[in-house]
Design a protein around this ligand. Sequence first.
Ligand code: NAD
Length: 257
Amino acid sequence: MTLKGKTAVVTGSNSGIGLGVARELAKAGADVVLNSFTDTAEDHKLAADMSAEFGVTVRYIKADMSKPDECRALIEQAESCDILVNNAGIQFVKGIDEFPTEKWDAIIAINLSSAFHTTAAALPKMRAAGWGRIVNIASAHGLTASPFKSAYVAAKHGVVGLTKVTALETAQEPITCNAICPGYVLTPLVEAQIPDTMEKYNMSREDVIKNVMLERQPSKEFATVEELGGTAVFLCSDAAKQITGTTISVDGGWTAL
Ligand code: NAD
């Protein structure tokens, strides 16, 4: 599988799943645009290191995915956008009656609306190039719900809906749009929570992972960022060209329950 000659824009990709997906796309030969809302020396070093490791062009472009204009500017600045991975996302947990309006607005803007704006800006480029792949990173929470995550669950269900509409609007073109729905993924953010939780419940690392974090994940294993990246690379392959408008769960059986 080679993605040589293709340019992939991955939103929210200076850590976690976005970075893992960007690395797998670069490994498959794609040039990559990394993104987040920061603009630090580390962000640019990440791009330079990835470029040296995989022998592809990697650029870092700052753009705040909570702002419609910056979402669209990211795609314009990227010049080419053959592969768009909408990954940027945040979380906030609270009951609906106490959920702060600004948190609701931020989650809807970053986790859902940004994908609309980047897709709108990317489609003309994909049409001009005669090829395109849109991969939206939704969640098991795009298909199921949990209490206290109203904005996140609403946004992720929205992403799944947007995925279907985008697929229908491009169904007769060489463009596909799908959503990956991860269960619990071992990102640095999640890894960092393990020691505190071990201390809080006086549990072993294994018990915290199996009985606290992975309570709803039947495999009792995290998905990895490399596995998510591999799924994205598959969705960009020729074998996946009739796969559009659907969801692929990478959740250890969560949504089979
Ligand atoms: P993370 O916090 O490691 O990564 C989030 C990324 O989004 C970071 O690069 C961050 O800089 C970026 N980001 C946040 N706000 C932004 C903004 N305003 N503009 C631009 N970039 C912004 O988290 P993660 O676990 O890697 O999550 C990535 C995606 O995967 C999210 O959409 C999340 O909902 C989804 N997801 C994660 C899990 C999991 O278990 N980790 C499970 C299912 C879905």
